[in-house]
Structure formats: C-alpha cells, structure tokens
Design a binder for this molecule. Structure first.
Ligand SMILES: [Mg+2]
Length: 102
C-alpha cells in the first residue's frame, strides 16, 4: 500500500473531520486571501509549473516575513503558501469538491 493509499484509508476511517481551532483559524486566513484575490480570476486553466514557481516565490516571501516582519505578515504570507499548495493539489485533481475527483 502506498503512502497516499494509507492516508486515504485513514481519512475514510475518520468520517467527518472536526478541524482543530488553529487549523480552522488558518483555513479562514486562506479563504480571506483567496477572496482578496478573487478579482484575478480562478485557476482552472493554470499551468502546474507556473503555480509551483509562484509557490516557491511565496515561500521566499514567508521567509522574509519571518525574518523582518511581525506575526500578521507571517500569517498573510503563510496563507499564500498554503493557497498555492491548495491550487497545485486542485489542478492535479487531489481535492474533493466541485472540481475534484471524489
Ligand atoms: Mg505573498
């Protein structure tokens, strides 16, 4: 059984997941950033290679925020990193939901 298959089996065994408070709070920051950038349009036609380059750029911004800025800026950039990871997973059909495979 692959790592992904073991993870999927674990997820299926858990039923409806209850988010930890910090995961919920971080997910809200992600959603806020997505809505802030809604005017740019969606990512349905995005190229995975472009998204990965943008993700790496956001990791650099996160490192700069950690080194030079405060907790709000760190959260702002961490949400960007997570959102590009989300977009990559969605493009590769890893997510459930209206565009997902499940
Ligand atoms: Mg950023």
């Amino acid at each position: 059984m692959t790592k992904a298959e073991r993870w999927q089996a674990f997820q299926e065994s858990q039923g409806e997941l209850k988010l930890r408070p910090k995961v919920h709070s971080f997910a809200q920051a992600m959603e806020a950033k997505l809505q802030f950038n809604d005017h740019r349009g969606g990512w349905d036609d995005a190229d995975i290679n472009v998204i990965i380059r943008l993700l790496l750029g956001e990791v650099t911004e996160l490192l700069q925020a950690i080194q030079q800025e405060g907790p709000e800026e760190v959260l702002y950039e961490a949400a960007d990193v997570a959102n590009y990871a989300l977009i990559a997973a969605d493009i590769m059909r890893g997510l459930t939901g209206e565009n997902g495979r499940h």
